[in-house]
Ligand binder design. Structure first.
Ligand SMILES: [Zn+2]
Length: 433
């Protein structure tokens, strides 16, 4: 009847293991959605009124990946009134079905993502590494230590990335006409309701220096730990100017924080920021759609090195493909321009885990067959060795899942343990060298 067969077993650290070939072979045998794994670019074009469908794309880069930039519901509409295509529960279920290790739910205007991360961990998958990311905009009180303190104390302590101004940053005001009421009503309608003396943006720097309140906030961020899970905060630079990205990276690193440059683009400050140990965010939403985007991403990898880059999607809106499909398409696009699987693994898996202070994965490749169908499971083990959760169909416990249960391919990797119980940043140096 059923056959549970381990076809291969290896273990080692993520960065040092070559598993793409085996993964490709296994994933290729899996049952995918009827659309298949090679949708035409027409399938990527999303009608924002109807939103995307799940293309069901798989890629070795997704297995163990953590997407650090996801816009999902519950949230308010984004710029231009674009709504979110799916909610955080559905996004987690889809990500899990593709073998992902986690994602970061970003909201621009509230602290809700920390609570949502708690809910997903409790009611969807305890081992799915979901975190929250919130920004410092008018709705959260601008540069605001009280908002930071509150965010860290929401049950579970999964709000981990605290970001400088985005929607209300200086860069929201610099385009010609950006402060015209006809424009604001689409981009920042609250500005039309605020008292007229309200500054047009939330400042972070003046005369080439960070404002004292920004330095103070960063100082608090470096010391505070999250409730329950005792996590450290990560500083994201927000929609800053090129100079501010570097100022924030320098201050954050000096204070001992992990720093993420929020999709800065190819600015001259990148090499210096990378030298300081900040990570550069590269958004898959800007990679997958065009040949120019794919080529530019590959060029950036060659220029500053994959060890300094983190790919996040900035997807989840009705105007983009689903975040998982976005990751897969971006990986394929970069691969076509010469980016290696090792580099993709750094940008999709190793670096996001470092940023968030997660232990590296030690992995065991396991693939199984049930009634002639290839399936797989991904298990998570806590730093102390006990099993804390299961991703994908658990064949050992549920040996005969219903046919539909295997529709979405899952990962053939089993996370069998951790190398380091300590989560201090320093130990990461060992992993990448
Ligand atoms: Zn975004």
């Amino acid at each position: 009847m059923k056959k549970f067969m381990e076809t291969s077993r290896r273990s080692g650290m993520l960065g040092g293991v070559v598993f793409a070939t085996m993964l490709c072979a296994t994933l290729g045998l899996m049952l995918g959605p009827s659309r298949g794994q090679n949708p035409s670019p027409d399938d990527w074009k999303v009608d924002p009124l109807r939103g995307p469908v799940d293309l069901g794309l798989t890629d070795p880069s997704l297995v163990g990946a953590i997407d650090v930039h996801l816009h999902v519901d519950p949230d308010a509409p984004g710029t231009g009134g674009t709504i979110r295509a799916l909610d955080v529960f559905d996004a987690a279920k889809i990500a899990i079905s593709r073998g992902m290790r986690g994602f970061v739910f970003k909201t621009h205007q509230d602290a809700g993502s920390a609570g949502e991360a708690y809910m997903v961990r409790k009611h969807v998958a305890p081992s799915f590494e979901i975190f929250g990311r919130m920004a410092s905009n008018y709705a959260t009180g601008g540069i605001n230590v009280a908002a930071l303190e509150h965010y860290t104390q929401i049950k579970g302590g999964w709000g981990r990335i605290f970001e400088m101004p985005t929607r209300d940053s200086i860069t929201a005001t610099t385009r010609p006409g950006s402060m015209d009421p006809a424009n604001l009503v689409k981009t920042r309608p609250w500005m039309l309701m605020m008292p007229s003396e309200t500054p047009p943006y939330i400042a972070v720097s003046r005369n080439g220096e960070l404002l004292p309140e920004v330095k103070h906030l960063i100082g608090v961020m470096a010391k505070i730990r999250t409730v329950d899970s005792n996590g450290r905060m990560v500083l994201a630079t927000g929609h800053a100017t090129p100079e501010e990205h570097l100022l924030l990276a320098r201050e954050g690193r000096q204070q001992g924080l992990n720093v993420l440059l929020t999709h800065p683009g190819d600015i001259p400050q990148l090499p210096e920021a990378a030298r300081l140990g900040a990570f550069v965010e590269l958004n898959a939403s800007g990679i997958y759609k065009t040949e120019a985007g794919r080529a530019a991403a590959a060029a950036l990898v060659r220029k500053i090195g994959a060890e300094h880059i983190i790919v996040g999607t900035d997807c989840g809106q009705t105007s983009n493909v689903y975040p998982t499909d976005c990751l897969a398409l971006a990986a394929r696009g970069m691969r076509a321009h010469g980016v290696t699987q090792r580099e993709l693994d750094l940008m999709y898996k190793v670096n996001p885990a470092k940023l968030l202070g997660l232990p590296p994965l030690e992995e065991t490749v396991v693939s199984s067959t049930i009634g002639g169908r290839v399936a797989s499971s991904v298990r998570s083990i806590s730093p102390f060795g006990e099993r804390v959760g299961v991703r994908g169909p658990d064949l050992a416990r549920d040996p005969a899942p219903s046919p539909g249960a295997l529709r979405a391919p899952t990962s053939p990797l089993r996370f069998s343990g951790w190398s380091f119980p300590e989560m201090e940043v320093d130990c990461w140096e060992f992993i990448t060298r």
